[in-house]
Design a protein around this ligand. Structure first.
Ligand code: E9O
Length: 604
């Protein structure tokens, strides 16, 4: 079934359940008291001490309790809702836009929903569990424990030496570089549809001369197949420019207005159409408006083409990360970040290292920020992550991700993983499977993973459509030696090109920089060092930009939180902006560079 974003329409109502929920972490010695004592069968306040917890937000940084910040295990949330009388003839759906990581949901003590994995939505139609007269108790248990077959993977490590650790002591090892924030990260919604409803819509676009070609398929949900359908393509002013009555159809928009990324066109670039679908059945009428853009993506041996014109992807990989709320959705933060991206002159982001909130993706579509849409396949660094359970889950995550983001014009590349282990033979079957599966799901977009090593001794890169490489010359090796950067960048890229006749995007390069720390001559961790370091890369990039280099992305947009570690000074400091979104010296450097590249590459 589909996972259309809940949208208001004449036939659909949405109630956001965000707000202050009741909360408790299961800190019992077994970490399992909540299930043993069936906390979901009673109000959470009757099981012990509860605290208020905002939804959406990570729970980690909300309280003053270090044990909760670093907690591993089940946490319990609870809230209450009522069903409006006028909803009684409707299909009522409970949707979580995401929760991290494992989630179980009960309504009035009855289990209604389970989902494995953070970052992606899940939902269920509520039926017999619903109380129509009076309050409904919604209980949610969320577990952030990572295992070798979760994405991202992790390992629980028991410390058995009782001379040095208390009995039962364990830690969670992760091999990805960001804090494993947890909780109900995005909105929780109740929404209605008629009992026969529009379940999914797939739109694929193409361009022929001045015509836009729009191939759509509509999928019904519910008991009846006896439906009639009316489809309109509306332009940005709401005027119908094409109509049809079929379930699947190829429509033509004459004199189409194309979707261009910011930076490719002088005009407002990210033109969005709406596919308005009206479905009528014995159960009534359902209306859904699906936004889409008309554009093509193609990769040649040296270029990344959008609408058959070369696109240079200059931007930043990001994180969902900020003070207090962790990875929780925050509209103010989203608006601020897009204003900063525009200020910077960025044309592109990578959703490192997991799918971002749909509200963020909407802004990418509407503001013309191209996206390398990345799965949570980060930290795949051991052969223990290549088993059947891992692969099966990874394929399922790609299903969920493509299903969610397939209609977005901003998404130009799927990234199935970041910096995985590729130097063992097991990596070949694994990545071949994940990449081919993703290409099957969506034959219209290039598929890749982001490489940290290679091309020598690498079993997996041969399956990608475009090379995305992360490079840290003069940081993780030759630390401090900015004078070798240009030589090493050129040597490395030419070597990649000898192995693979496809274009390259440098998806990471960067140096940790503590804002306000200055030294001349430059020294690692100072703002001077970051500027000097980035400038050396730029000199090298400029020699390859018009040949086969089709993108450059500084790691990272902003400083972000990591686990506690001797290499991290309260988080990763490679941001152009601080975690509070104030610019470092490097942000001004990049603004100048991106603006001048943009002036050079404007093509429409
Ligand atoms: C992934 C990203 O999540 N890339 C990392 C970023 C970093 O700042 C991290 O935050 O560390 C860099 C990977 C570096 C690979 C180092 C290879 C070392 C060879 C000696």
């Amino acid at each position: 079934s589909g996972m259309l974003y809940p949208r208001f329409s004449e036939t659909r109502t949405i109630i956001e359940m965000n707000g202050m929920w009741k909360f408790r972490a299961d800190m019992s010695p077994t970490r399992n008291e909540g299930f043993l004592k069936k906390w979901y069968t009673q109000p959470l306040s009757q099981t012990g001490n509860i605290i208020p917890m905002p939804v959406p937000a990570s729970y980690n940084d909300i309280t003053q309790d270090k044990k909760l910040r670093d907690f591993i295990g089940w946490v319990w949330y609870e809230t209450e809702f009522f069903v409006p009388v006028e909803w009684q003839q409707k299909r009522v759906v409970l949707r979580f836009d995401s929760a991290h990581y494992n989630t179980i949901v009960w309504v009035n003590s009855q289990e209604v929903l389970r989902h494995v994995g953070g970052h992606l939505p899940f939902e269920v139609q509520l039926k017999s569990s619903l109380n129509i007269n009076g309050a409904n108790r919604l209980t949610v248990a969320v577990n952030n424990t990572l295992t070798p077959s979760t994405l991202p993977p992790g390992t629980i490590h028991y410390m058995k030496d009782t001379n040095r650790y208390p009995p039962g002591y364990f830690v969670q090892d992760i091999s990805f570089d960001f804090f494993n924030y947890a909780g109900i990260h995005r909105s929780v919604k109740l929404y209605t549809t008629p009992t026969v409803y529009i379940d999914d819509i797939t739109i694929v676009t193409d361009v022929k001369g001045s015509d836009g070609i729009v191939d759509y398929s509509i999928f019904n949900g519910g008991p009846s197949n006896d439906t009639t359908i009316e489809v309109q393509v509306l332009d940005a002013d709401g005027i119908a420019v094409a109509t049809s009555h079929k379930q699947n159809e190829q429509m033509i928009i004459h004199n189409v207005k194309l979707w261009w990324p910011f930076g490719m066109s002088k005009k407002p670039t990210a033109y969005m159409y709406t596919l308005k679908v009206v479905m009528t059945s014995a159960a009534g009428i359902d209306v859904y408006r699906q936004p889409f853009g008309v554009r093509t993506v193609r990769v040649t041996s040296t270029q990344l083409l959008i609408n058959n014109k070369p696109f240079y992807c200059h931007g930043v990989p990001k994180h969902e990360d900020s003070d207090i709320r962790g990875k929780g959705l925050d509209y103010a933060l989203i608006a601020k970040d897009f204003n900063l991206l525009k200020w910077l002159g960025a044309t592109c982001i990578r959703t490192s290292h997991y799918p971002y909130a749909e509200e963020i993706m909407d802004q990418c579509d509407q503001q013309g920020i191209a996206v390398i849409d990345e799965s949570p396949g980060v930290g795949i660094t051991s052969v223990a992550n290549f088993g059947n359970a891992s692969l099966t889950h990874h394929l399922e995550v790609m299903n969920e991700m493509v299903r969610r983001d397939k209609n977005r014009p901003a998404v130009i590349i799927w990234s199935v993983a970041n910096e995985p282990l590729v130097t063992v033979p097991q990596a070949e079957h694994y990545f071949k499977s994940v990449i081919l599966h993703t290409k099957n799901l969506d034959p219209t977009r290039p598929v890749t993973f982001v490489a940290a090593v290679g091309p020598d001794g690498d079993y997996a890169t041969k399956y990608v459509d475009i090379l995305c490489i992360n490079r840290y010359f003069a940081w993780y090796h030759d630390c401090g030696h900015t004078e070798v950067i240009q030589k090493q960048v050129e040597y490395d890229m030419n070597k990649w090109r000898e192995h693979h006749n496809i274009p390259i995007i440098v998806t990471e390069y960067g140096a940790d920089t503590v804002a306000g720390l200055h030294q001349s001559p430059s020294f690692v961790f100072t703002e001077e060092y970051q500027v000097e370091f980035l400038s050396e890369y730029h000199a090298a990039f400029d020699k390859m930009r018009k040949k086969f280099l089709v993108g450059e992305m500084v790691w990272n947009f902003a400083d972000f939180m990591t686990k506690e570690d001797i290499t991290r000074v309260v988080g990763n400091r490679k941001g152009l902006f601080t975690r509070q979104r104030q610019p470092k010296m490097s942000a001004h450097l990049l603004k100048k560079r991106y603006e001048s590249i943009m002036n050079e590459t404007i093509s429409v």
